[in-house]
Design a protein around this ligand. Structure first.
Ligand code: HEC
Length: 139
């Protein structure tokens, strides 16, 4: 009985689609594409020394978009006012094309993004998400 239950669980885990599970170690390497503009800093603890063009990405998972110690663009701040918090799906869609994502979220074709960089590869984005989760406080 017990063994059957474990076997069933294992099968369910193996059946999960590969893209749903990012690889944090890969994501750490891929974060080099982001660090010219983004740091990951927890108070005095610098996890990734990075640029200041974009906001600190420490604790991003679950954080409301466009809110924090950064001069966000009006469009991203407006999305934040709707209460949208970052999860994997929104993150992957945002980094693929921030401007298009803002236009869609706000239903406003004149929405503007201060982030011009695009990370088109959804697997890379999922890996970076897993990495950000791994360095963030447990919620
Ligand atoms: C050329 C600089 C630049 C690069 C490279 C860059 N970003 Fe950004 N990023 C920004 C800026 C500027 C903003 C603020 C956008 C706004 O206010 O409209 C931002 C915003 C964000 C946000 C929203 C954060 C929040 O607090 O709501 C996320 C998430 C993000 N970037 C992820 C990434 C990831 C992941 C990468 C690497 C794959 C990356 N960015 C690469 C400049 C950059």
């Amino acid at each position: 009985m017990k063994i059957a239950a474990i076997a069933a669980m294992t099968t369910a885990l193996l059946a999960a689609p590969a893209f749903a599970e990012g690889d944090a170690a890969e994501g750490e390497k891929e974060f080099k594409k982001c660090k010219s503009c983004h740091m990951i800093v927890d108070g005095d603890n610098t996890i990734v020394k990075g640029g200041k063009t974009g906001p600190n990405l420490f604790g991003l998972p679950g954080r409301v978009a466009g809110v924090g110690d950064f001069r966000y663009g009006n469009s991203l701040a407006a999305v934040g006012e709707t209460g949208l918090a970052w999860d994997e799906a929104e993150f992957v869609a945002y980094v693929a094309d921030p401007k298009a994502w803002l236009k869609e979220k706000l239903d406003d074709s004149s929405a503007k993004s201060k982030m011009s960089f695009k990370l088109r590869d959804a697997d890379d984005a999922a890996n970076i998400w897993a990495y950000l989760v791994s360095v963030s406080p447990e919620s």
